[in-house]
Write a protein that binds this ligand. Structure first.
Ligand code: KG4
Ligand code: ZN
Length: 342
């Protein structure tokens, strides 16, 4: 079975082809990606209407590219998958519209995929895939969640942020430090030159009994420290970047280890854009080694949004339940959608 996957939930257009054979873990044939960050940078964040229009410009050229790269004809596609939600309504509609039109023209079934399911299954495309069950730490620009993943489609929410997402905390702090957009990678780069001990930042909910997170207070604390500095010099900014990264990572690692202990599981998967953060990876690796647990990551290129994870999630779902593929091409998108109900 060859699955074409289309991702367009936010500011990346991604298209991929995945081959799924019987029960084996699906294999990625190729994926293409267009990031809109250069376009949104001037506005300091994603402009939804511009995002939708840019998806329209890129989705078909990227589809042609992925077919050419692999020497696959349109007719060889067995299923078309697209991100049905959550995300920006207009952006989602572009991917859904193109995917359903293509499937209708080819007389093939379509599958609408939950974006976060794509993220949390994405390590299956790495050379060191996990096996079920595992804990998933989902850390993206819009979500921070700990889930228990018992199998494909069997997800239990253990805890989540009560305000800002971890990626949002990275992005908002980066903005305050004048680092532009997207803030996460820029803040991580600057943090490498700073001393995290120079500023004492809070670790919200670190010792709460549950697995929830809160990051909104952190940006206020950073703002107060910046004010105290007066005219913050480059070193102050690097130190604040390092301190912010350390605070976010401390909380993410502490809660992840808590989730492993309380579930009795020995495997954790880290997915979503913040999963690309090297400091988070180093700290988690260290703690997991200490506790005899395994940690799995998607390939770095598949940490942020991409079409491969959407094709993969559809393929893995269909391997378990082929009735999910539908030939009803009337589509809707779900900008807000809880993963547990997917
Ligand atoms: O999963 P993703 O690509 O898109 C969403 O679904 O939100 O995640 C994007 C988020 C942004 O907040 C971005 O700043 C953050 O991931 N991010 C990082 C890094 N790379 C991306 N945060 C910290 N360190 C990084 N290296
Ligand atoms: Zn994402």
């Amino acid at each position: 079975m060859i699955v074409l996957g289309v991702e367009s939930s936010c500011d990346e257009t991604g298209v991929a082809l995945v081959h799924a054979h019987a029960d084996a873990v699906p294999v990625l044939l190729a994926h293409t990606l267009h990031s809109q960050t250069d376009m949104h940078r001037a506005y300091g964040g994603v402009v939804p209407e511009l995002a939708s229009r840019d998806h329209i410009r890129h989705v078909l050229p990227l589809t042609r590219e992925v077919l050419t790269q692999t020497g696959t004809s349109l007719n060889a596609i067995d299923v078309v998958a697209y991100t049905k939600g959550p995300g920006l309504a207009g952006a989602l509609l572009v991917g859904a519209g193109v995917a359903c039109a293509l499937a209708a023209a080819l007389d093939r079934p379509v599958v609408g995929v939950h974006h976060l399911e794509g993220h949390l299954l994405s390590p299956f495309l790495s050379p060191d895939p996990p096996c079920f069950p595992y804990i998933a730490l989902l850390v993206s620009g819009g979500h921070t969640q700990l889930m228990q993943v018992d199998d494909v489609g069997r997800y239990r929410l253990l805890g989540e942020t009560i305000d800002d997402a971890a990626g949002e905390a990275f992005d908002k702090t980066a903005k305050m430090l004048g680092l532009g957009y997207p803030g996460g990678p820029a803040l991580a780069r600057l943090a490498a030159f700073g001393n995290a001990q120079s500023f004492d930042l809070p670790r919200p909910l670190l010792h709460s009994a549950n697995l929830d997170f809160s990051f909104a207070g952190l940006k206020t604390a950073v703002m107060l420290q910046l004010r105290k500095c007066g005219n913050a010099c480059e070193q102050d900014k690097a130190d604040l970047a390092a301190a912010t990264q350390a605070a976010i990572v401390d909380v993410l690692v502490h809660k992840s280890m808590h989730a492993l202990r309380s579930s009795g599981l020995q495997r954790i998967v880290v997915a979503g854009g913040v999963g690309a953060n090297q400091h988070l990876r180093a700290r988690l690796n260290e703690k997991c080694t200490e506790q005899g647990a395994r940690v799995h990551y998607p390939e770095l290129a598949l940490c942020t949004d991409n079409g491969a994870m959407i094709a993969l999630a559809a393929a893995m779902r269909l391997q378990r339940d082929s009735s999910l593929a539908r030939r009803d091409y009337a589509f809707n998108v779900l900008p807000r959608w809880a993963l547990e109900t997917a």
